[in-house]
Design a protein around this ligand. Structure first.
Ligand code: PEP
Ligand code: MG
Length: 587
């Protein structure tokens, strides 16, 4: 039966494929594709894990047998029997084998997928006792996963060796497009999927500008977030359509709907093909104003996509992605230096703006250390606050960036500043890092220093910022969140997350105007910069530097080529002053 689920549109386009449900496990599980010749070894890992847990339960049973009835109640013995029975259930193991051999999932992913399938079967059981056994099944699967976590995978390939979309398309068993459905995906999960086969994503939670949504956009594949219970309503392997333009997922579509979306998909591809022609066209408005279009990247490997889209530099390298999902093993100075140099070289002489680490809130450094201890992590120890709280870690990053600057034009960008004291502390740490490099005789290059304006307090004290910094960059994603008190990752308040709120527009307009007055560089690197509905307004407010995901650059360029910036200025001033700016924008 066809039905649709509505969520938030975060990344444009249409994807049609079979659903892959990513189970939410309490154990942090790696998801990657294996080579066919690794399948046997993966199945063996599951067998070893299962046997270890069976032995563990046998040992427990033996120790219980030596206890008296008081310390070892009958229920406990019965429960362990149930666990043994579940562990030996053929459906569990044969299902896991299926996901490993037919879909090339790694062992842990195959186990959680089969767990999801069996859990659904338990949910549908009439008998309440049997229904409740689902919790036992989850417990045994978790025991296996925990065991496997302590035993490293012999086959886990390094990220660079993971299969690319092209490899998998050549593989007969994988010729059906796959779309991923999950309750939630962390930015680190998304990063892992960056080179994977998925043609689209849907998550139950998340806001339009959550970091997960941002990474989906950077992958330029259709995605919908905040789709509430989507992952509960869809079964493994169901056919689904993801419409990333309108934020809808259609499950089990009829042939007519499939044909309609197939047409829409081809139209989208044609439009992208047409935009490619603008790649080498300079971004100049009709009245001759030159505009700089820069790329936002998450990893050095994104540099070629930035060049291909015609970016004239990187306006935001979110360096924190180098630090995520490493289970506490943070990159040292040389590893960071190497990554920054790769980004600099990858950009072939164009400038690269490296933002210092911005973790916390919806970007946990590690899934297992998600900040649940604090009530408001978005207002807590994140970004520069985190760096200043751990000077040794921060100095390591500063030295790595300074050293990379010896290889090309590097700018350093500091996130989430609000206080003059934070600015002064940051600058003295940069000076200290330079002195350390001098003492060790290690070469480094000059960097221009920039601050992100993403807290209203910063936008309201621009004079202080302009005294210390060479340029400013408006982080509108956070600026909206903090101005309107709306969690950017919370779908239940997503309708109030409004880039066109007059208060937000005023802060943006005044920051651009003040920088222009003082002759300091200013750009927007939040998602606003890549939204074509905002291009004319930002041009009218005097913005001449936009930084966005490479996938959006050509569409924004097209808007710029059609705009008359001088004539837009009075209209933009009216929009900022209006009670309902959205109405004027669309008029
Ligand atoms: C922003 O806040 O607008 C920004 C660019 O930073 P991030 O999205 O990484 O928080
Ligand atoms: Mg930010």
């Amino acid at each position: 039966m066809t039905f649709s689920v509505h969520g938030l549109a975060v990344s444009r386009g249409v994807a049609i494929g079979r659903a892959v449900l990513m189970a939410s496990s309490r154990v942090d599980v790696a998801h990657y594709f294996i080579e066919p010749q690794q399948a046997e070894a993966e199945i063996e890992r599951i067998r070893v894990g299962r046997n270890a847990v069976v032995d563990e339960i046998h040992r427990l049973q033996a120790s219980i047998a030596q206890m008296g009835p008081k310390e070892a109640p009958h229920e406990l013995t019965a429960l362990l029997d149930v666990h043994l029975m579940l562990l030996q259930d053929e459906e569990l193991i044969s299902g896991v084998k299926h996901w490993i051999t037919e879909r090339s999932y790694n062992a842990e992913w195959a186990l959680t997928t089969q767990l999801e399938v069996l859990s659904r079967q338990f949910d549908e059981m009439e008998d309440q006792y049997l229904r409740e056994r689902k919790a036992d099944l989850e417990q045994v699967a978790e025991r296996i996963l925990r065991y496997m976590k302590g035993v490293p995978s012999p086959v886990a390939p390094p990220p660079s060796k993971r299969k690319t979309q092209q490899d998998l398309l050549l593989d007969d068993s994988m010729d059906v497009p796959l779309v991923l459905l999950a309750h939630d995906l962390s930015p680190a999960d998304m990063l892992q999927f960056k080179q994977s086969v998925f043609a689209g994503f849907v998550t139950d939670v998340g806001g339009r500008n959550s970091h997960t949504a941002i990474v989906a956009r950077s992958m330029d594949i259709p995605a919908v977030v905040g789709a509430r219970s989507a992952s509960q309503l869809v079964r493994q392997d169901d056919w689904v359509i993801i419409d990333g333009d309108s934020g809808v997922m259609i499950v089990d579509p009829s042939p007519i709907i499939l044909a309609e979306y197939g047409f829409k998909q081809r139209q989208g591809e044609l439009e992208r093909g047409r935009l490619q022609r603008l790649r080498h066209t300079p971004a100049i408005t009709m009245d001759g104003q030159k505009v700089e279009l820069l790329a936002n990247i998450e990893l050095p490997e994104d540099a070629p996509a930035a060049l291909k889209a015609g970016a004239v530099g990187v306006g935001l390298f979110r360096s924190e992605f180098l630090f995520m999902g490493r289970r506490g093993d943070l990159p040292d100075e040389d590893e960071q230096y190497d990554a920054y140099v790769r980004a600099v070289k990858g950009m072939e002489g164009l400038p690269v703006t490296i933002r210092t680490i911005d973790v916390g809130a919806d970007k946990p450094i590690d899934e297992s250390v998600r900040d649940e201890a604090h009530l408001n992590p978005a207002l807590g120890l994140r970004a520069i606050r985190w760096s200043l709280a751990d000077p040794a870690m921060f100095l390591t990053q500063l030295r790595a960036i300074l050293r990379a600057a010896a290889h090309g034009q590097v700018n350093m960008l500091i996130p989430m500043l609000a206080h003059a004291s934070e600015i002064r502390q940051t600058i003295s740490l940069i000076d200290y890092a330079k002195a350390e490099l001098d003492n060790r005789g290690i070469p480094y290059g000059p960097v221009k220093l920039g601050a992100m304006i993403e807290i209203p307090a910063a936008a309201l004290t621009l004079k202080i910022f302009l005294k210390y910094f060479d340029f400013l960059s408006l982080g509108t994603n956070d600026l909206i969140q903090y101005t309107l008190a709306i969690d950017r990752a919370d779908e239940s308040v997503a309708h109030l997350y409004d880039p066109l709120h007059p208060a937000v527009l005023r802060l943006v307009a005044e920051t651009i105007a003040e920088c222009n007055r003082q002759g300091k560089g200013v750009s927007v690197c939040g998602e606003m910069a890549g939204d074509t509905a905002m291009t004319r307004l930002l041009l009218g407010l005097g913005l001449r530097s936009f930084s966005m995901h490479p996938a959006q650059i050509l569409a924004v360029k097209q808007e710029i080529l059609r705009a008359d910036a001088v004539r837009l200025a009075p209209w933009a001033a009216q929009v900022v002053d209006a009670e309902d700016p959205a109405a004027l924008l669309s008029a």
